[in-house]
Design a protein around this ligand. Structure first.
Ligand SMILES: [Zn+2]
Length: 271
């Protein structure tokens, strides 16, 4: 399966040293929105969507706090839809979108692919869309799914995979693409594992923000760590899942490459 790595939005918060862990204190940081585009026998599959064209056309829907603090570049050429087309594919070739969660910097591109089936954990849908679960206001933007996507939900039942429980295959059919519950950042946050020959690539979404968090000993730049704590919906779960990812990397780092959404150090432009 061919995997394309796409940065579907650049975020430029203050400050490089406190967010990226290097660079000037008064320089802007650089964070990416790491999206995967998978070429499968059953069409194209996206993992996350970053910020979309509708967000760029109407930035106010992202909220003043996000615009001020995350300072997204809002460049249409970075959107997943434009990068899919730049690679010579049609919009309609994207059949499935797996979302690690529904935060605004992950779900923004949904409306650019109105025909795709959207795969999320049931609890994420209950938190973001039907409001059966309560979270801090401002993180989910209902305009991003007002077109009424064709959802498919994943609950807690599933298989084991490298010590992670409740793991399901995409559409319960494609066992080369797995959905792995990793909640804590949001109620239904998941990782997505993609088989690449003998190895796996695990997109861990926002279950960690900085590569040093899944190394031993772990580390995180101070402002990024603070922001992560602010964004937690279940801190104990987030920390426990980060620990499991640290153990996974230490024990099975040769079999499983782990990446997260926003750390540019995890974004591999070499493809
Ligand atoms: Zn995020």
């Amino acid at each position: 399966m061919r995997v394309h790595h796409i940065n579907a939005a650049t975020l430029c918060p203050f400050s490089a040293r406190l967010i990226n862990g290097h660079g000037g204190l008064f320089e802007r940081a650089r964070l990416v929105c790491h999206v995967l585009l998978l070429e499968t026998n059953a069409g194209l599959v996206l993992v996350d969507t970053g910020i979309g064209l509708q967000d760029i056309a109407e930035p106010s829907r992202l909220g003043r706090n996000f615009l001020r603090l995350a300072a997204p570049r809002l460049d249409p050429s970075e959107t997943a839809v434009n990068q899919v087309q730049a690679r010579g594919f049609q919009l309609s070739d994207v059949r499935h979108i797996l979302l690690t969660h529904l935060d605004l910097d992950h779900a923004g591109g949904l409306s650019d692919f109105p025909r795709a089936q959207i795969h999320v954990h049931l609890r994420e849908h209950q938190a973001a869309v039907t409001h059966q679960l309560r979270v801090k206001p401002g993180r989910y933007i209902s305009e991003q799914w007002k077109h009424g996507p064709n959802w498919k939900f994943y609950g807690d039942a599933g298989e084991d995979w490298f010590g992670f429980a409740g793991v399901r295959a995409l559409g319960d059919a494609n066992s080369d693409i797995l959905i792995i519950p990793l909640n804590g950042h949001t109620p239904g946050h998941c990782g997505v594992a993609v088989r690449q020959g003998e190895k796996w690539l695990l997109h861990a979404g926002d279950s960690y923000y900085f590569h040093g968090q899944i190394e031993t000993p772990s580390s995180v730049p101070p402002a990024l760590g603070l922001f992560q704590r602010w964004a937690d919906t279940d801190r104990a779960q987030r920390i426990a899942n980060q620990e499991r990812l640290r153990v996974l990397k230490a024990r099975f780092g040769r079999d499983v490459v782990v990446i997260c959404s926003h750390d540019p150090a995890d974004f591999d432009p070499r493809e």
